[in-house]
Design a binder for this molecule. Structure first.
Ligand code: SAH
Ligand code: SF4
Length: 383
């Protein structure tokens, strides 16, 4: 079963470490101060400078030292010798007919991930990626078919938010309504297998002097990396979503293979103990509706039984197909029959409306398209 746990060494080989000028995006105030001292700044003034830089970076969204007018001219001129505040490149930006936007973001080593903004009337959620690809191989998920995987750095995670705000013109951090009012860690990758970097990124995003997004507006979705669930609740206190998708270990082993390592009972016990959950802040159980696989009334009744004692809500996700996917979406009838049983038992069970399907931005469809295009070009050249 060891193959279910990725080669952490390999996924952590972070190419930015080789960069000569240090990128300050993704550093906490303390780390910025330490970097300044390393670059020759006196210890005494480093803390204050770090605070100013933090403000410009994350509150105002500055992407150029030249714009940071409260910092002395002399220092503004010197900072670029050792540091950058560069964003990753946006290699593609698509907008769906329903307003959903998808960014293809490219990092300096050429690796790419996708982020998606799902707008609603007076708010919107940004779906953020935590890894390039995913080491887990859930059989219904497009990201799980990507070969190449590495962890994203804290800076690469935070900068997805920054890029989206650049596009939407949402700087400085608004006090009132925001177009990006929520973050869901539901993009590419398994966030709890890159916990340290995700935690640091979210800590920066939550910081009141910067982007300042409350933990109540952040949801982390996991396929069930049980040992990290408690830590996430204690340290971050964000909302938790669990990709359950099946009510028996036999079926879940196939759909979500990490279940072989952390089966349903252990997963649900971790949910019962999740420090940040209560009746006001329920755990979301995501359940992808797959025709003839997990969508019977008996499955719905078993789900209700399993959730007993957990402050829970259920999110039913009609399966989003992708090229070559082995499953079919459940019929509307089956989905509504299932929803009614769960709802009648007292659990809210909305059916997730699929957004951005026309640009392959819906749940589980993310897989950097350019990679596919390049691969098919290579095949065309080879033949
Ligand atoms: N790795 C994390 C977060 C990313 S996936 C996790 O698995 O929870 C975000 C959600 O989309 C998960 O609930 C995932 O199971 C679901 N999903 C994946 N592929 C899907 C598909 N093809 N159709 C619908 N939902 C899918
Ligand atoms: Fe990874 Fe989540 Fe997709 Fe499973 S559903 S392969 S854990 S991204």
């Amino acid at each position: 079963m060891e193959h279910l746990i990725p080669d952490v060494e390999a996924v952590n080989r972070q190419p930015e470490l080789l960069a000569i000028r240090k990128n300050l995006v993704g550093l906490t105030r303390k780390e910025i101060a330490a970097a300044l001292v390393e670059g020759g700044e006196a210890e005494k003034s480093a803390k204050m400078r770090a605070r100013q830089l933090f403000h410009w970076l994350y509150y105002r969204g500055a992407s150029d030292f030249g714009d940071m007018t409260s910092i002395s001219k002399d220092m503004r001129a010197r900072l670029p010798d050792n540091f950058t505040v560069d964003r990753p490149e946006i290699t593609n930006l698509q907008t769906s007919t329903d307003g959903t936007r998808k960014w293809l973001v490219k990092f300096p080593d050429g690796q790419e991930v996708e982020s998606v903004h799902i707008p609603e009337e007076d708010r919107g959620a940004l779906c953020v990626s935590s890894q390039v690809g995913c080491t887990l191989t859930c059989s219904f998920c497009h990201t799980g078919t990507m070969k190449l995987v590495r962890n994203l750095t804290p800076g690469e995670i935070v900068s997805q938010m920054m890029i989206a705000r650049d596009t939407l013109g949402e700087w400085p951090s608004p006090k009132g309504n925001r177009m990006i009012s929520n973050i869901v860690m539901m993009g590419m990758g398994e966030p709890l297998l890159n916990y340290e970097n995700v935690a640091k990124a979210l800590t920066i995003i939550m910081d009141g002097e910067g982007i300042s997004l409350s933990k109540r507006r952040i949801t982390l979705s996991t396929s069930g990396v049980v040992p990290k669930i408690r830590q996430c609740g204690e340290e971050l206190g964000v909302n938790l979503a669990i990709s359950l998708h099946a009510v028996s270990n036999d079926v879940r082993d196939i759909l979500v293979p990490i279940n072989k390592r952390y089966p349903i009972k252990e997963l649900l016990d971790a949910c019962r103990d999740y420090p940040a959950s209560n009746n006001a802040r329920r755990i979301t159980f995501e359940y992808v509706m797959l025709d003839g696989i997990n969508d019977s009334p008996a499955d719905a009744r078993e789900l209700v039984r399993l959730l007993k004692g957990i402050p829970a809500k259920v999110n039913l996700i009609p399966f989003n197909p992708w090229p070559g996917s082995p499953y079919k979406r459940s019929s509307n009838n089956a989905i509504h029959r299932f929803a009614k049983i769960v709802n009648d038992a007292g659990y809210s069970s909305p059916v997730r409306v699929s957004r951005g399907e026309d640009i392959m931005a819906a749940c589980g469809q993310l897989k950097s398209a350019s990679k596919k295009e390049r691969a098919s070009k290579r095949r065309a050249v080879a033949s």
